[in-house]
Design a protein around this ligand. Sequence first.
Ligand SMILES: Nc1nc2c(ncn2[C@@H]2O[C@H](COP(=O)(O)OP(=O)(O)OP(=O)(O)O)[C@@H](O)[C@H]2O)c(=O)[nH]1
Ligand SMILES: [Mg+2]
Length: 218
Amino acid sequence: MITSDATLPSSVTRRGLMLVLSSPSGAGKSSISRKLLDQDDNISLSISATSRKRRPGEVEGVDYHFVEPQEFQMMINENRFLEHAKVFDHYYGTPSAQVMEKIESGSDVLFDIDWQGTQQLKAKARDDLISVFILPPSYRELETRLKKRNQDSDMEVAKRMSKAADELSHYAEYDYIIINHDLDASVRHVHAILAAERQRRFRMNGLTEFVRQLQAGY
Ligand SMILES: Nc1nc2c(ncn2[C@@H]2O[C@H](COP(=O)(O)OP(=O)(O)OP(=O)(O)O)[C@@H](O)[C@H]2O)c(=O)[nH]1
Ligand SMILES: [Mg+2]
């Protein structure tokens, strides 16, 4: 378990960061996210709203906020999304309220969103955003993982396969790339990225005063 910032002096605080994980369907993003959330207690998942149907096993408010298309449209009109996009045939969006609160109070937020959402976040909050793109080790592996899922109909799987190529083409828009050969190794890479990014000077508040006190011999 990682408790970040335990080493910061009490007069120095840190602004939270936004960590985006994107990948083509089946590259292992969800497994990486789950482990990361289990192992690090200063990061929590941004729960998206979606107009797609809830799948068996998914829990309202945990996996997504499941809403009717009309309600989603209303949320757009009321400007309640930090970003939103149509992915496959459904709408997905990040409600802004809880995210900004967390960032400002020093908690990091993990986003499982696609490249369209990442572009929008980049435009809105470049300094807070760290983006990671997960690549599958091979096309064959991607295909196998998608078929193993069995959660969606064959037609849905075929659609996702055809979209994989399109999603792949956006890798260059991301800050970091992880080729997911091995789940635990990939999770370690994300920890390493987080550990370094948390030490960025511009995320810290109170440094000037802290250093002044050091200089003054306190
Ligand atoms: N832009 C944006 N994309 C989202 C959001 N929430 C989820 N997505 C993306 O929508 C896609 C489909 O997600 P799901 O319907 O949950 O399906 P899935 O089986 O998890 O699909 P993959 O994660 O692509 O394997 C994924 O690429 C997610 O990253 C959101 O709030 N905004
Ligand atoms: Mg997913």
